[in-house]
Design a protein around this ligand. Structure first.
Ligand code: PEP
Ligand code: MG
Length: 881
């Protein structure tokens, strides 16, 4: 028969066109979305997956049942054209040992498209299996190509799902086993990187250690580039990210064992918990031509120093919080003088070896000390430095230059510089931060070559260090007792030096840009790391005021804290609710201790970060209940899972996206994977007392999304026996949500503005990019105008508007937000007493006047100075009160 006969093959010129029907009701999704690499990487074959809403698996075509798994969770059919189709109900369902499955057919039976094959208990699977997602894959038979597939849509059993073109007729396999792809020929193995943060320094060091015992040369090949696996630095320079494909290639006598050892080490996570890669990627080929060297990072603009008395405020990125007043201490990266010409290759080699030995000994001692002091992070940093120092590629490069006649110092400097430049040029902020580690080691070895020990820097008491970049070894050599804080021009918030600063309790800012280099030695500074601001040579009166204020801060903090338990009522009687943001149960406890009147944002994804499997309904209910109990009856706003974009979850691999920040995030995932959202809604509905919880939906862009969540919520309430209504709110994080707030407010019970994301999307600046961090200011008038628009839209329908983004934690911004129409602020616990204290003496009309003025400003900086002026008024009033 020619024509469209679903479930049967139609043959033209030896090619069979086979349409497979949906075997289940549900949501059809690409295989990449299956949270199991065996399916997601198509190791079993091509196909798709269905997230079922019905519990009967039906034959997708006419054929013969060639295998039913003993655990009754999987069945393989052979179609008339020989193609073998495996359907695997749920994931890790083999562990159920057949419970929950009823088989309606037998091996060898001929079936017709649409016949029931297996019935399954969806509730049991939802409770006990990893997932209900059911892959359907072409597992064997003749060569078949998928030419059409429905994905990203709801399907009903019996409608055409997938169309295949099948070449000739192959020998059918009777075991239903999967067809592994992937190459394992000779000493070569391809895999994808399972490291959530890419191949950074510490795992690269583990990789090098795994490769070094073998005589064979072992290389990683990825993205058309090749790197020596025995060299942590070379491996890092590939800039591999989570999910990137790579091939381990070995050459030499023990190549097979070497490749196996290295590939196994990578698959095991190189010392980190492996995170299954979200999608299969093409296996890279070996480079055919030399890769051009990467560009140098742009040098920071050199500008004249600030003139005496010239005031400035530099915005930077907080690396470690806190406030410090002090004087600038410029730390120059002193150039270490070493002889420019060599005394012969042999002598230079000996010199370099001796210098490396000295630095190695010092690092070894630092590892031991950190270990003894129980400082694991510090220890790991020094260990990573040791691994870089032992890097054979770095050494080979330096030795080659020495053989070419260079002096040891020149050779070492060139080798480390080249690597650091390559890391910075990868466009990956984490890798750029690792360049600082190389520069640090360059300096230490150069000092050793010059016969010098790194001298502890003698700091004046209360110094605020300013530098282009600070190195871990420099920071750990400083007298922390004298160091009030530091600010660097470069660097990022996840750099090793930032981690060290936080562990030392030193307030620190990074990525302040070229302006940091303009700060003269001894200039008076106020380092406000809580707000990401460095005040340079503040006016004498400001300094005096801030000095006084810092002195009084303790007293005021205590006074504010004493008053924090009371509700926040402004001078004119306006009631503002001050809530806390919560990421773990302890935050709720802290928040209440600081006067939180409820929780305005429970970031549920934070409760379940360190795990490999999705929390089930019971676990979620228990965690939400724990937060509710810690709040002792105060309102609890639970945000549904907000993952995707910059927030990966190990147990929820997502397809690799070109623009993850604009991709599958927040509610988009909840609607795409309704079983996740439904489980969460059910867990929330179980929290007692009834009425304490409200639900909030992240990353909403359209009214449809809110309606879809509302429908699901109603269905789940119904399923739980008419559970009482629960308020459903919407996070305003997209410009679309802000400008359509009047429409969203018809469906939502409240709106809460996520200023972090709203700012990112309004300014089109990635919130995770340290180069943009200083300009990513939520006080930008464009953001403020959207906040006002949100408040106006919501007011039309009598809905309240809160702010739960970081702007809500800035006491100076509180009067402005109230003036814009916000009536709830959800802040970090330490900010709560100060926010209440800032608002209480004010009245709504004064705040509205301030807001009007702010909206007319031309820049975030102008708004900031307006608030600073208003802030003084607040302090004065507080002082007078
Ligand atoms: C926000 O975007 O402001 C927000 C509160 O959500 P998150 O920071 O968790 O993305
Ligand atoms: Mg957000």
């Amino acid at each position: 028969m020619v024509g469209n006969d679903p479930g049967k093959g139609t043959v033209t010129g030896g090619v069979t066109r086979l349409s497979l029907l949906a075997p289940l009701d549900g949501w059809a999704a690409p295989l990449e979305e299956v949270p199991d690499p065996v399916f997601a990487q198509r190791m079993m074959g091509d196909g798709l997956a269905i997230d079922p809403t019905g519990g009967t698996l039906r034959a997708p075509c006419d054929g013969v049942v060639i295998a039913i798994h003993r655990a009754r969770h999987a069945v393989t059919l052979r179609a008339e054209c020989g193609v073998e189709i495996l359907m695997h109900i749920g994931l890790e369902t083999v562990a159920l040992g057949g419970r929950g499955f009823t088989v309606h057919t037998t091996e060898g039976a001929a079936v017709r498209a649409g016949d029931a094959l297996i019935e399954f208990d969806m509730d049991l699977l939802a409770r006990e299996a990893k997932s209900l997602v059911t892959p359907l894959v072409i597992a064997g038979g003749p060569s078949a190509t998928v030419v059409a597939a429905k994905t990203g849509v709801a399907v009903r059993a019996g409608e055409v799902l997938l169309t295949l073109l099948v070449q000739g007729r192959g020998s059918a396999r009777a075991d239903g086993a999967g067809v592994a792809r992937g190459s394992a020929a000779g000493a070569e193995r391809s895999l994808v990187l399972p490291l959530a943060h890419g191949l950074h320094a510490r795992p690269a060091a583990v990789l090098a250690a795994a490769a070094k015992p073998f005589a064979a040369a072992v290389h990683l090949v990825a993205q058309g580039r090749r790197a020596n696996a025995k060299s942590a630095v070379a491996a890092m320079s590939l800039g591999l990210r989570h999910g990137d494909a790579l091939t381990v290639v070995g050459e030499g006598a023990d190549a097979t064992a070497a490749v196996a050892a290295v590939a196994d080490a990578i698959a095991a996570g190189l010392g980190e918990t492996p995170v299954p890669p979200p999608a299969a990627l093409p296996v890279p080929s070996l480079p055919s031509a030399a890769v051009p060297p990467p560009d140098e990072p742009p040098a920071l603009e050199v500008q004249p120093p600030f003139a005496p008395g010239e005031t400035a405020v530099i915005r930077a990125v907080t690396a470690a919080p806190g406030l410090a007043l002090g004087r600038a201490f410029r730390l120059e990266d002193e150039e270490v003088e070493v002889p420019a010409s060599g005394r012969g290759a042999e002598a230079e080699r000996t010199l370099l070896a001796a210098a490396l030995k000295r630095v190695r000994a010092r690092l070894g001692a630092a590892v031991a000390q950190s270990e003894a002091a129980g400082q694991a992070q510090r220890r790991d940093i020094f260990r990573a430095h040791l691994a870089i120092l032992d890097d054979p590629e770095l050494l080979d490069e330096a030795l080659a230059a020495i053989s070419g006649g260079e002096a040891a110092g020149v050779a070492w400097r060139a080798a480390t510089d080249r690597r650091a430049t390559a890391l910075r040029a990868l466009g990956n902020p984490r890798m750029a931060e690792r360049a600082a580690d190389l520069i640090d080691l360059r300096r230490q070895v150069m000092l050793a070559l010059a016969g010098r020990e790194p001298q502890p820097v003698i700091l004046p008491q209360g110094a605020i260090l300013v530098a282009e970049e600070l190195m871990p070894s420099q920071l750990s050599n400083l007298d922390a007792g004298r160091l009030a804080g530091f600010c660097t021009a470069r660097g990022g918030p996840t750099s090793h030096v930032a981690i060290l600063a936080a562990s030392m309790g030193v307030p620190a800012l990074v990525a302040g840009g070229a302006a940091v280099l303009r700060i003269p030695d001894d200039a008076p500074l106020i380092l406000d790391a809580d707000r990401g601001l460095l005040h340079v040579q503040p006016p004498a009166e400001d300094l005096a005021r801030l000095e006084r204020e810092t002195g009084q801060r303790q007293a005021r903090t205590e006074a504010n804290l004493r008053a924090a338990a009371a509700d926040c009522v402004m001078a004119d009687g306006t009631r503002i609710e001050v809530y806390t943001n919560v990421g773990k149960v302890a935050d709720a406890v802290k928040g209440v201790a600081k006067g939180a009147e409820g929780c305005g944002l429970l970031r549920t994804e934070f409760l379940f970060l360190d795990r490999q499997t999705a929390p089930d309904e019971d676990e979620q209910a228990a965690q939400y209940q724990a937060v509710a109990t810690a709040l002792a009856g105060r309102p609890l706003i639970i945000r549904t899972l907000d993952v995707g974009g910059d927030k990966p979850l190990p147990y929820l691999p997502l397809p690799r996206e070109e623009n993850p920040i604009l991709g599958l995030r927040g509610v988009r995932i909840g609607l795409r994977r309704p079983e996740i959202l439904r489980t969460q809604l059910r867990a929330i509905l179980r929290v007692r007392p009834v009425g304490q919880c409200r639900i909030m939906v992240p990353m909403v862009a359209t009214l449809d999304e809110v309606r879809a969540v509302r429908d699901m919520l109603d269905q789940e309430r119904e399923a739980l026996g008419h559970a009482p209504p629960v308020q459903l709110g919407v996070m305003v994080e997209t410009p679309a949500a802000a400008v359509t707030a009047d429409q969203l407010a018809t469906e939502a019970d409240f709106l809460s503005i996520g200023t972090n994301d709203l700012t990112q999307y309004v300014l089109a600046m990635d919130r995770g990019n340290p180069d943009l961090a200083a300009r990513l200011d939520a006080l930008h008038p464009a953001v403020l105008r959207l906040i006002r628009q949100t408040a106006e839209g919501a007011a039309r329908h009598g809905r309240w508007v809160g702010v739960c983004g970081a702007l809500a934690s800035d006491p100076a911004a509180a009067p402005l937000l109230v003036g814009l129409g916000v009536t709830e602020l959800s802040a970090t616990p330490p900010a709560i007493p100060d926010i209440k204290a800032a608002l209480r003496p004010l009245d709504k009309a004064a705040c509205a006047a301030l807001a009007r003025e702010a909206l007319a400003q031309e820049s975030a900086a102008a708004v900031r100075s307006l608030l600073a002026r208003a802030g003084m008024a607040v302090s004065v009033m507080e002082g007078a009160a």
